[in-house]
Design a binder for this molecule. Structure first.
Ligand SMILES: Cc1ncc(COP(=O)(O)O)c(C=O)c1O
Length: 442
Protein backbone atom coordinates (compact mmCIF):
# COMPACT_ATOMS: atom_id res chain seq x y z
CA UNK A 1 0.00 0.00 0.00
CA UNK A 2 1.14 3.53 -0.64
CA UNK A 3 0.42 6.79 1.07
CA UNK A 4 -2.10 7.79 -1.56
CA UNK A 5 -3.96 4.50 -1.10
CA UNK A 6 -4.26 4.99 2.64
CA UNK A 7 -5.36 8.58 2.15
CA UNK A 8 -7.91 7.42 -0.36
CA UNK A 9 -9.03 4.49 1.68
CA UNK A 10 -9.13 5.90 5.16
CA UNK A 11 -12.65 5.24 6.37
CA UNK A 12 -13.93 4.21 2.98
CA UNK A 13 -13.11 0.52 2.63
CA UNK A 14 -14.12 -2.31 4.88
CA UNK A 15 -12.87 -5.78 5.39
CA UNK A 16 -14.75 -8.89 6.31
CA UNK A 17 -14.37 -9.38 10.03
CA UNK A 18 -11.33 -8.53 12.11
CA UNK A 19 -9.96 -12.01 12.57
CA UNK A 20 -10.38 -12.94 8.94
CA UNK A 21 -8.79 -9.68 7.85
CA UNK A 22 -5.88 -9.98 10.22
CA UNK A 23 -5.28 -13.42 8.80
CA UNK A 24 -5.34 -11.98 5.30
CA UNK A 25 -9.03 -12.82 4.75
CA UNK A 26 -11.18 -11.78 1.82
CA UNK A 27 -12.49 -8.27 1.46
CA UNK A 28 -16.17 -7.67 1.90
CA UNK A 29 -16.52 -4.65 -0.34
CA UNK A 30 -15.80 -4.81 -4.03
CA UNK A 31 -14.28 -1.32 -3.86
CA UNK A 32 -11.80 -2.60 -1.35
CA UNK A 33 -10.86 -5.65 -3.35
CA UNK A 34 -10.45 -3.58 -6.49
CA UNK A 35 -8.17 -1.26 -4.57
CA UNK A 36 -6.32 -4.24 -3.11
CA UNK A 37 -5.56 -5.65 -6.49
CA UNK A 38 -4.46 -2.21 -7.65
CA UNK A 39 -2.02 -2.16 -4.75
CA UNK A 40 -0.76 -5.69 -5.38
CA UNK A 41 2.65 -5.93 -7.01
CA UNK A 42 2.90 -6.65 -10.71
CA UNK A 43 3.78 -10.27 -11.42
CA UNK A 44 5.53 -11.92 -14.30
CA UNK A 45 8.23 -10.59 -16.58
CA UNK A 46 8.53 -6.83 -16.71
CA UNK A 47 7.96 -4.97 -19.96
CA UNK A 48 11.02 -4.14 -22.00
CA UNK A 49 12.59 -0.72 -21.43
CA UNK A 50 11.53 2.06 -23.77
CA UNK A 51 13.16 1.71 -27.17
CA UNK A 52 15.80 4.40 -27.39
CA UNK A 53 19.02 4.80 -29.29
CA UNK A 54 21.69 2.30 -28.32
CA UNK A 55 24.49 3.58 -26.10
CA UNK A 56 28.08 2.76 -26.92
CA UNK A 57 30.80 2.77 -24.33
CA UNK A 58 32.65 4.76 -23.20
CA UNK A 59 29.70 7.06 -22.75
CA UNK A 60 30.85 10.41 -21.49
CA UNK A 61 28.06 12.34 -23.17
CA UNK A 62 25.45 11.10 -20.71
CA UNK A 63 27.33 12.64 -17.77
CA UNK A 64 28.49 16.08 -16.74
CA UNK A 65 32.11 15.13 -16.80
CA UNK A 66 34.40 18.10 -16.12
CA UNK A 67 37.32 18.12 -18.56
CA UNK A 68 39.87 18.75 -15.81
CA UNK A 69 38.86 15.85 -13.55
CA UNK A 70 39.70 12.19 -13.87
CA UNK A 71 37.07 10.34 -11.85
CA UNK A 72 37.94 6.73 -11.12
CA UNK A 73 35.81 6.39 -8.01
CA UNK A 74 32.32 5.40 -9.18
CA UNK A 75 32.44 2.52 -6.70
CA UNK A 76 32.31 5.04 -3.86
CA UNK A 77 29.60 7.20 -5.36
CA UNK A 78 28.53 7.07 -8.98
CA UNK A 79 28.01 10.39 -10.75
CA UNK A 80 24.38 11.20 -11.48
CA UNK A 81 23.79 11.26 -15.22
CA UNK A 82 22.35 14.18 -17.14
CA UNK A 83 19.20 12.20 -17.85
CA UNK A 84 18.73 11.29 -14.19
CA UNK A 85 19.28 14.90 -13.23
CA UNK A 86 16.57 15.96 -15.69
CA UNK A 87 14.22 13.36 -14.16
CA UNK A 88 15.02 14.69 -10.71
CA UNK A 89 14.47 18.30 -11.85
CA UNK A 90 11.07 17.33 -13.24
CA UNK A 91 10.12 15.72 -9.93
CA UNK A 92 11.35 18.72 -7.94
CA UNK A 93 9.29 21.03 -10.10
CA UNK A 94 6.27 18.84 -9.50
CA UNK A 95 6.89 19.18 -5.77
CA UNK A 96 7.80 22.85 -5.88
CA UNK A 97 4.85 24.22 -7.79
CA UNK A 98 2.38 22.08 -5.93
CA UNK A 99 -0.30 22.83 -8.49
CA UNK A 100 0.11 19.74 -10.60
CA UNK A 101 2.46 21.25 -13.20
CA UNK A 102 3.93 18.96 -14.42
CA UNK A 103 0.80 16.96 -13.75
CA UNK A 104 2.50 13.82 -12.46
CA UNK A 105 5.59 12.81 -10.52
CA UNK A 106 6.89 11.19 -13.69
CA UNK A 107 7.44 7.73 -12.20
CA UNK A 108 5.72 4.98 -10.30
CA UNK A 109 7.33 3.04 -7.48
CA UNK A 110 5.99 -0.33 -8.67
CA UNK A 111 7.47 0.34 -12.08
CA UNK A 112 10.86 1.21 -10.59
CA UNK A 113 10.71 -1.92 -8.41
CA UNK A 114 10.00 -3.94 -11.56
CA UNK A 115 12.97 -2.43 -13.40
CA UNK A 116 15.28 -3.37 -10.55
CA UNK A 117 13.73 -6.85 -10.28
CA UNK A 118 14.46 -7.42 -13.95
CA UNK A 119 18.09 -6.33 -13.48
CA UNK A 120 18.68 -9.14 -10.96
CA UNK A 121 16.22 -11.67 -12.46
CA UNK A 122 13.80 -11.45 -9.54
CA UNK A 123 10.04 -11.04 -9.39
CA UNK A 124 8.79 -7.61 -8.27
CA UNK A 125 7.03 -9.38 -5.37
CA UNK A 126 10.48 -10.36 -4.08
CA UNK A 127 11.68 -6.76 -3.75
CA UNK A 128 11.12 -4.30 -0.91
CA UNK A 129 12.36 -0.74 -0.75
CA UNK A 130 14.81 -0.07 2.06
CA UNK A 131 16.79 2.93 3.17
CA UNK A 132 20.24 1.45 2.51
CA UNK A 133 22.19 -1.76 2.00
CA UNK A 134 22.96 -1.99 5.69
CA UNK A 135 19.34 -1.38 6.63
CA UNK A 136 18.35 -4.32 4.40
CA UNK A 137 20.95 -6.58 5.99
CA UNK A 138 19.84 -5.66 9.51
CA UNK A 139 16.18 -6.20 8.64
CA UNK A 140 17.00 -9.71 7.46
CA UNK A 141 18.99 -10.51 10.59
CA UNK A 142 16.16 -9.31 12.80
CA UNK A 143 13.51 -11.15 10.84
CA UNK A 144 15.56 -14.34 11.19
CA UNK A 145 15.40 -13.89 14.95
CA UNK A 146 19.07 -12.95 15.31
CA UNK A 147 20.72 -12.49 17.70
CA UNK A 148 19.84 -15.87 19.15
CA UNK A 149 22.18 -17.48 21.66
CA UNK A 150 24.16 -20.30 20.08
CA UNK A 151 22.97 -19.69 16.51
CA UNK A 152 25.82 -20.18 14.06
CA UNK A 153 26.60 -17.55 11.43
CA UNK A 154 29.45 -17.47 8.90
CA UNK A 155 30.80 -14.15 7.63
CA UNK A 156 33.97 -13.26 5.77
CA UNK A 157 36.13 -10.21 6.23
CA UNK A 158 35.97 -9.20 2.56
CA UNK A 159 32.32 -8.39 3.35
CA UNK A 160 31.49 -4.69 3.81
CA UNK A 161 33.70 -3.47 6.66
CA UNK A 162 30.78 -1.43 7.99
CA UNK A 163 28.82 -4.66 8.49
CA UNK A 164 31.52 -6.40 10.50
CA UNK A 165 30.52 -4.62 13.74
CA UNK A 166 26.98 -5.88 13.13
CA UNK A 167 28.28 -9.45 13.34
CA UNK A 168 30.61 -8.45 16.19
CA UNK A 169 27.50 -7.32 18.06
CA UNK A 170 25.70 -10.57 17.29
CA UNK A 171 28.74 -12.42 18.67
CA UNK A 172 28.61 -10.33 21.84
CA UNK A 173 24.99 -11.27 22.24
CA UNK A 174 25.73 -14.96 22.11
CA UNK A 175 25.71 -15.81 18.40
CA UNK A 176 28.49 -18.20 17.36
CA UNK A 177 30.16 -16.29 14.51
CA UNK A 178 32.78 -17.91 12.29
CA UNK A 179 34.98 -15.26 10.67
CA UNK A 180 36.63 -16.25 7.41
CA UNK A 181 39.74 -14.27 6.49
CA UNK A 182 41.02 -13.77 2.94
CA UNK A 183 43.88 -15.73 1.48
CA UNK A 184 45.58 -14.08 -1.50
CA UNK A 185 42.69 -11.64 -1.68
CA UNK A 186 40.12 -14.44 -1.95
CA UNK A 187 37.76 -16.34 0.30
CA UNK A 188 38.38 -19.88 -0.94
CA UNK A 189 35.24 -21.91 -1.46
CA UNK A 190 36.82 -24.75 0.58
CA UNK A 191 36.92 -22.41 3.58
CA UNK A 192 33.19 -21.87 3.24
CA UNK A 193 32.66 -25.60 2.86
CA UNK A 194 34.59 -26.19 6.08
CA UNK A 195 32.86 -23.41 8.01
CA UNK A 196 29.25 -24.23 7.19
CA UNK A 197 27.89 -27.07 9.28
CA UNK A 198 24.58 -28.69 10.06
CA UNK A 199 22.64 -26.09 12.00
CA UNK A 200 24.40 -23.02 10.53
CA UNK A 201 21.71 -20.37 10.27
CA UNK A 202 23.24 -17.89 7.88
CA UNK A 203 26.17 -17.21 5.58
CA UNK A 204 26.60 -13.46 5.11
CA UNK A 205 28.87 -12.05 2.45
CA UNK A 206 29.25 -9.51 -0.34
CA UNK A 207 28.85 -10.96 -3.82
CA UNK A 208 31.58 -8.53 -4.87
CA UNK A 209 33.88 -7.25 -2.15
CA UNK A 210 34.15 -3.50 -1.66
CA UNK A 211 37.70 -4.11 -0.44
CA UNK A 212 39.17 -5.58 -3.60
CA UNK A 213 36.46 -6.67 -6.04
CA UNK A 214 36.80 -10.37 -5.19
CA UNK A 215 33.63 -12.11 -6.35
CA UNK A 216 32.20 -15.15 -4.62
CA UNK A 217 30.90 -18.05 -6.65
CA UNK A 218 27.48 -17.29 -5.21
CA UNK A 219 25.78 -20.27 -6.78
CA UNK A 220 28.31 -22.63 -5.18
CA UNK A 221 28.12 -20.83 -1.83
CA UNK A 222 24.33 -21.25 -1.89
CA UNK A 223 24.62 -24.93 -2.79
CA UNK A 224 26.96 -25.51 0.14
CA UNK A 225 24.81 -23.52 2.56
CA UNK A 226 21.49 -24.96 1.45
CA UNK A 227 22.81 -28.51 1.66
CA UNK A 228 23.38 -27.89 5.38
CA UNK A 229 20.10 -26.03 5.89
CA UNK A 230 21.72 -22.57 6.08
CA UNK A 231 20.48 -19.44 4.32
CA UNK A 232 22.60 -16.94 2.40
CA UNK A 233 22.53 -13.16 2.55
CA UNK A 234 24.46 -11.32 -0.17
CA UNK A 235 25.33 -7.65 -0.22
CA UNK A 236 25.04 -6.83 -3.94
CA UNK A 237 25.87 -3.14 -3.83
CA UNK A 238 29.08 -3.72 -5.85
CA UNK A 239 27.36 -6.13 -8.21
CA UNK A 240 23.94 -4.80 -9.24
CA UNK A 241 24.47 -2.64 -12.30
CA UNK A 242 28.10 -3.59 -12.98
CA UNK A 243 28.37 -7.39 -12.94
CA UNK A 244 25.63 -9.89 -13.75
CA UNK A 245 23.37 -10.64 -10.80
CA UNK A 246 20.97 -13.52 -11.22
CA UNK A 247 19.21 -14.35 -7.99
CA UNK A 248 17.28 -17.16 -9.66
CA UNK A 249 20.39 -18.89 -11.01
CA UNK A 250 22.42 -18.52 -7.82
CA UNK A 251 19.56 -19.39 -5.49
CA UNK A 252 20.57 -16.69 -3.02
CA UNK A 253 18.01 -16.19 -0.28
CA UNK A 254 18.37 -12.50 0.54
CA UNK A 255 20.23 -9.62 -1.10
CA UNK A 256 20.39 -5.94 -0.48
CA UNK A 257 21.82 -2.88 -2.15
CA UNK A 258 21.72 0.88 -2.07
CA UNK A 259 21.40 2.92 -5.23
CA UNK A 260 24.18 5.53 -5.06
CA UNK A 261 26.83 3.28 -6.58
CA UNK A 262 26.37 1.20 -9.74
CA UNK A 263 22.63 1.87 -9.96
CA UNK A 264 23.46 5.55 -10.51
CA UNK A 265 20.89 6.83 -8.04
CA UNK A 266 21.42 8.53 -4.70
CA UNK A 267 21.59 7.98 -0.95
CA UNK A 268 18.52 7.02 1.05
CA UNK A 269 16.89 4.44 -1.20
CA UNK A 270 17.83 0.83 -1.79
CA UNK A 271 16.34 -2.57 -2.51
CA UNK A 272 16.00 -5.72 -0.47
CA UNK A 273 15.50 -9.00 -2.32
CA UNK A 274 13.72 -11.77 -0.43
CA UNK A 275 13.36 -15.07 -2.28
CA UNK A 276 9.69 -15.92 -2.60
CA UNK A 277 9.89 -19.30 -0.91
CA UNK A 278 11.86 -17.84 2.02
CA UNK A 279 9.37 -15.10 2.81
CA UNK A 280 7.29 -17.31 5.12
CA UNK A 281 10.41 -18.03 7.22
CA UNK A 282 10.80 -14.41 8.22
CA UNK A 283 9.26 -12.71 11.25
CA UNK A 284 9.60 -8.97 10.75
CA UNK A 285 9.63 -6.95 13.95
CA UNK A 286 7.80 -3.96 12.50
CA UNK A 287 4.62 -3.21 10.65
CA UNK A 288 4.07 0.03 8.80
CA UNK A 289 1.32 1.04 6.45
CA UNK A 290 3.49 0.50 3.36
CA UNK A 291 3.32 -3.19 4.18
CA UNK A 292 -0.46 -3.35 3.94
CA UNK A 293 -2.76 -4.68 1.27
CA UNK A 294 -5.96 -3.78 3.11
CA UNK A 295 -6.89 -1.08 5.54
CA UNK A 296 -10.18 0.10 7.01
CA UNK A 297 -10.91 2.28 10.05
CA UNK A 298 -13.94 2.03 12.28
CA UNK A 299 -13.72 5.03 14.56
CA UNK A 300 -14.38 8.17 12.53
CA UNK A 301 -17.64 9.67 11.31
CA UNK A 302 -19.16 7.61 8.45
CA UNK A 303 -16.64 4.78 8.89
CA UNK A 304 -18.20 1.37 8.42
CA UNK A 305 -19.24 0.08 11.87
CA UNK A 306 -17.01 -2.29 13.74
CA UNK A 307 -18.13 -5.89 13.74
CA UNK A 308 -20.02 -5.97 17.08
CA UNK A 309 -18.49 -9.20 18.33
CA UNK A 310 -15.00 -7.74 18.61
CA UNK A 311 -15.37 -5.76 21.80
CA UNK A 312 -13.95 -2.37 22.73
CA UNK A 313 -10.40 -3.58 23.39
CA UNK A 314 -9.88 -4.58 19.77
CA UNK A 315 -8.11 -2.07 17.52
CA UNK A 316 -10.64 0.07 15.64
CA UNK A 317 -8.93 -0.74 12.38
CA UNK A 318 -8.77 -3.73 10.08
CA UNK A 319 -5.71 -4.41 8.04
CA UNK A 320 -3.88 -7.14 6.17
CA UNK A 321 -0.25 -7.47 5.22
CA UNK A 322 0.76 -7.75 1.61
CA UNK A 323 1.89 -11.22 0.73
CA UNK A 324 5.26 -10.19 -0.65
CA UNK A 325 8.63 -8.67 0.28
CA UNK A 326 7.11 -5.22 0.65
CA UNK A 327 4.59 -6.78 3.05
CA UNK A 328 7.50 -7.95 5.18
CA UNK A 329 9.62 -4.83 5.13
CA UNK A 330 7.57 -1.90 3.84
CA UNK A 331 7.21 0.69 6.58
CA UNK A 332 6.39 4.21 5.41
CA UNK A 333 7.17 6.64 2.61
CA UNK A 334 10.55 6.43 0.95
CA UNK A 335 12.78 8.76 -1.04
CA UNK A 336 10.87 9.97 -4.10
CA UNK A 337 13.93 11.85 -5.25
CA UNK A 338 15.73 8.51 -5.32
CA UNK A 339 12.88 6.94 -7.29
CA UNK A 340 13.02 9.74 -9.85
CA UNK A 341 16.73 9.10 -10.41
CA UNK A 342 16.37 5.33 -10.50
CA UNK A 343 13.47 5.45 -12.89
CA UNK A 344 15.85 6.96 -15.39
CA UNK A 345 19.07 5.18 -14.49
CA UNK A 346 17.58 1.68 -14.41
CA UNK A 347 16.32 2.29 -17.95
CA UNK A 348 19.81 3.43 -18.85
CA UNK A 349 21.37 0.29 -17.35
CA UNK A 350 18.91 -1.92 -19.23
CA UNK A 351 19.60 -0.04 -22.43
CA UNK A 352 23.38 -0.31 -22.19
CA UNK A 353 23.26 -3.79 -20.70
CA UNK A 354 25.23 -5.09 -17.74
CA UNK A 355 27.25 -7.40 -20.01
CA UNK A 356 28.46 -4.40 -22.02
CA UNK A 357 29.20 -2.43 -18.85
CA UNK A 358 31.24 -5.30 -17.46
CA UNK A 359 33.06 -5.87 -20.71
CA UNK A 360 33.99 -2.17 -20.95
CA UNK A 361 35.23 -2.19 -17.34
CA UNK A 362 37.33 -5.30 -18.01
CA UNK A 363 39.17 -3.53 -20.83
CA UNK A 364 40.18 -0.79 -18.40
CA UNK A 365 40.92 -2.99 -15.39
CA UNK A 366 43.09 -5.28 -17.55
CA UNK A 367 45.42 -2.34 -18.19
CA UNK A 368 45.54 -1.56 -14.46
CA UNK A 369 46.21 -5.16 -13.50
CA UNK A 370 49.08 -5.25 -15.97
CA UNK A 371 50.62 -1.84 -15.31
CA UNK A 372 50.29 -1.40 -11.54
CA UNK A 373 52.57 -4.34 -10.65
CA UNK A 374 55.10 -3.13 -13.25
CA UNK A 375 55.27 0.12 -11.32
CA UNK A 376 55.89 -1.65 -8.04
CA UNK A 377 52.32 -1.73 -6.69
CA UNK A 378 51.02 -4.89 -5.00
CA UNK A 379 47.65 -5.94 -6.38
CA UNK A 380 45.15 -7.06 -3.76
CA UNK A 381 42.54 -7.82 -6.42
CA UNK A 382 42.70 -11.36 -7.74
CA UNK A 383 43.75 -11.16 -11.41
CA UNK A 384 40.71 -13.20 -12.51
CA UNK A 385 38.28 -10.72 -10.92
CA UNK A 386 35.57 -9.52 -13.31
CA UNK A 387 34.39 -6.59 -11.20
CA UNK A 388 35.17 -2.94 -12.00
CA UNK A 389 37.31 -2.60 -8.85
CA UNK A 390 41.08 -2.84 -8.67
CA UNK A 391 42.81 -2.51 -5.29
CA UNK A 392 46.44 -2.35 -4.27
CA UNK A 393 47.79 -2.62 -0.76
CA UNK A 394 50.31 0.07 0.13
CA UNK A 395 51.38 1.08 3.59
CA UNK A 396 50.41 4.71 4.24
CA UNK A 397 48.65 4.89 0.87
CA UNK A 398 46.63 7.95 1.82
CA UNK A 399 49.68 9.82 3.09
CA UNK A 400 51.79 8.87 0.10
CA UNK A 401 49.28 9.35 -2.70
CA UNK A 402 46.96 12.21 -1.68
CA UNK A 403 49.22 14.99 -2.90
CA UNK A 404 50.22 13.59 -6.31
CA UNK A 405 46.68 12.47 -7.12
CA UNK A 406 45.15 15.78 -6.01
CA UNK A 407 47.65 17.64 -8.11
CA UNK A 408 46.80 15.53 -11.15
CA UNK A 409 43.07 15.89 -10.30
CA UNK A 410 42.66 12.14 -10.29
CA UNK A 411 40.06 10.79 -7.92
CA UNK A 412 40.23 7.22 -6.57
CA UNK A 413 39.44 5.67 -3.16
CA UNK A 414 42.37 6.26 -0.84
CA UNK A 415 42.43 4.34 2.42
CA UNK A 416 45.07 4.29 5.12
CA UNK A 417 46.94 1.29 3.66
CA UNK A 418 45.14 0.60 0.37
CA UNK A 419 43.89 2.32 -2.70
CA UNK A 420 41.04 1.28 -4.97
CA UNK A 421 40.33 2.28 -8.53
CA UNK A 422 36.81 1.81 -9.86
CA UNK A 423 35.83 2.26 -13.47
CA UNK A 424 32.45 2.92 -15.02
CA UNK A 425 30.71 3.60 -18.29
CA UNK A 426 32.24 7.05 -18.78
CA UNK A 427 35.88 6.09 -18.15
CA UNK A 428 38.41 5.68 -20.93
CA UNK A 429 41.86 4.19 -21.30
CA UNK A 430 43.12 7.77 -21.21
CA UNK A 431 41.77 8.02 -17.66
CA UNK A 432 43.75 4.94 -16.72
CA UNK A 433 46.86 6.40 -18.29
CA UNK A 434 46.30 9.67 -16.44
CA UNK A 435 46.15 7.77 -13.16
CA UNK A 436 49.22 5.72 -13.99
CA UNK A 437 51.12 8.87 -14.90
CA UNK A 438 50.16 10.48 -11.59
CA UNK A 439 51.20 7.52 -9.41
CA UNK A 440 54.79 7.70 -8.21
CA UNK A 441 56.91 4.70 -9.23
CA UNK A 442 57.78 2.66 -6.15
C1 LIG B 1 29.84 -3.62 0.01
C2 LIG B 1 29.18 -2.45 0.66
N1 LIG B 1 28.08 -2.65 1.37
C3 LIG B 1 27.43 -1.64 1.97
C4 LIG B 1 27.89 -0.34 1.86
C5 LIG B 1 27.16 0.75 2.55
O1 LIG B 1 25.92 0.80 2.07
P1 LIG B 1 24.76 1.62 2.75
O2 LIG B 1 25.30 2.94 3.09
O3 LIG B 1 23.76 1.63 1.66
O4 LIG B 1 24.33 0.85 3.93
C6 LIG B 1 29.03 -0.08 1.12
C7 LIG B 1 29.52 1.31 1.02
O5 LIG B 1 30.56 1.61 0.55
C8 LIG B 1 29.69 -1.15 0.51
O6 LIG B 1 30.79 -0.95 -0.22
Amino acid sequence: MKRRDVLRWAGSASVAGGAAAAAGGAFASSAASAAASAAAPAQGPMPAPPATAAVTLPDRASFHYPADVCYLDAGTMHPISRGAQAALDAYVSYRTVGQGRPPSMGFDDDEVRGKFARLINAQPSEIAYVQSTTAGENLILQALGLPERGAHVVVDTLHFFGSLPTYGELARQGVDVTWLRPRDGRIPIEDIERAVRKGTRLVALSQVSTINGFEHDLRRVCEIAHAKGALVYADIVHAAGCVPVDVRATGVDFASCASYKWLMGDFGLGFLYVRKDRQALLRPRQLGYYALSAFAMHSLPFDPPEPPARGKAAPPVDYARRDDAQGLFGIGTYAHTGLALLNHSLDYLHRVGVAAIQSHALTLTARLKEELPRRGYALFTPPESRSPLVTCVLQDARKKLSAPLNEARVRITLSANRFRVSVSVFNTLDDIDQLLAALPRL
